[in-house]
Design a protein around this ligand. Structure first.
Ligand code: GDP
Length: 363
């Protein structure tokens, strides 16, 4: 399962946001047959309106969304890369995640102490990113030492040395590894390092309820930084999300309307995290269940079948395929077949976003 790590300075709203994520997941517990929640790990459904539509058409008994695991990685402070706080341990946790959600404080509140005295998202981002870059630099330089020794007369090792040198130079300037342009061969060679600053990143800017609709000056500052780093920005209000958890559906609607928004940002954050990784969703639907499945872009039909069960992949014959919009327009598989929009796709078919699939396979 895709794993996203929540990082940020202390007191920016990470735990508040994480608790809201988990509380929402718990509220959905009926739809979570496999939901397990550890203290700092929450499994969250990826919102997808298509599931409700298909479930209604197929009269499905249940809906099973696809999921993301969020990990609250607290304790990243200035000096972490040198072992301050619980430094290195936290950095090791981040190395395991597929994507980073970097929470940035963009709300003012005199009662909540800011670690460096005043609200300053630009400086906050620099502090965290510097720790991540320094930690990466240590990894890269250590690897560089070793690879240089092997490089004499070894072409592959020399390619790796060149890539590592590029990374080392950029990290030394405080840049992120994802800002360095590497070709696919170089990328493969340095992948095992699990560089923190090469991970896809979303800045979750935490604003007060009044700024949820339109953002504020601090949010604009973060947007500028994100644009230079190939990172994304999502506006959330951790406070609003934590209050929403307590409310009935009707009260939620009233509260959000009074703020001029449709949601508190959590939904957008989950969706953005999912999209960040270039993932694709295909759908299965029937009387038993309507379900979303995650694959990576470019996957062919047999591999997609393997996401459901390895036997489906081994015995793959073909995939009866209907594009989501065709399914909705025709209302059922039978009509889709009559109208000629049901396609029979073979082993080489690249599964498209929103395909409604049924696999035929040998057992
Ligand atoms: P963490 O250290 O990053 O995990 O931060 P917490 O989630 O524990 O939040 C620190 C404090 O800030 C708590 O008292 C929260 O209630 C408060 N807080 C979090 N988000 C907001 C917000 O959007 N607005 C305001 N005013 N306070 C918030």
């Amino acid at each position: 399962m895709l794993k996203a790590g929540i990082v940020g300075l202390p007191n920016v709203g990470k735990s508040t946001l994480f608790n809201a994520l988990v509380a929402n997941a718990k509220a959905d517990a009926a739809n979570f047959p496999f939901c397990t929640i550890e203290p700092n790990v929450g499994i969250v459904a990826v919102p997808d309106e298509r599931l409700q539509v298909l479930a209604k058409l197929s009269k499905s008994q249940q809906i099973v969304p696809t999921r993301i695991e969020f990990v609250d990685i607290a304790g990243l402070v200035k000096g972490a890369s040198k072992g301050e706080g619980l430094g290195n341990q936290f950095l090791a946790n981040i190395r395991e995640v597929d994507a980073i959600v970097h929470v940035v404080r963009c709300f003012d509140d005199d009662d909540i102490i800011h670690v460096s005295g005043s609200v300053d998202p630009v400086q906050d981002i620099e502090v965290i990113n510097l720790e991540l870059a320094l930690s990466d630099l240590t990894q890269v330089d250590r690897r560089l030492d070793r690879t240089r020794k092997q490089a004499r007369g070894n072409k592959d090792a020399q390619i790796e040395v060149d890539a590592l040198e590029k990374l080392s130079a950029a990290l030394n300037e405080g840049k992120a590894a994802r800002q360095v342009s590497l070709n696919s061969e170089e990328m493969e060679l340095v992948k095992p390092l699990g560089l923190l600053t090469s991970k896809p990143t979303i800045y979750a800017v935490n604003v007060s309820e009044d700024d949820l609709a339109n953002g504020n000056e601090w949010v604009e500052q973060v947007r500028k930084i994100a644009a230079t780093e190939n990172a994304q920005v999502v506006i959330v209000s951790a406070q609003v999300e934590s209050e929403l958890v307590e409310l009935s559906d009707e009260e939620k609607l009233d509260f959000l309307q009074s703020l001029g928004v449709e949601e508190g940002g959590l939904r957008s954050l989950i969706s953005a995290t999912y999209q960040l990784l270039g993932l694709r969703t295909f759908l299965t639907t029937g009387p038993k269940e309507t379900r979303a499945w995650t694959i990576t872009s470019g996957m062919k039909a047999p591999q997609a079948a393997g996401a459901i069960h390895s036997d489906f992949e081994k015995g793959f014959i073909r995939a009866e395929t209907i594009a989501y919009h065709d399914f909705v327009a025709t209302g059922s598989k039978a009509v889709a077949r009559e109208k000629g929009v049901l396609r029979s796709e073979g082993k080489e078919y690249v599964v498209q976003e929103g395909d409604v699939l049924e696999f035929l396979f040998n057992v």
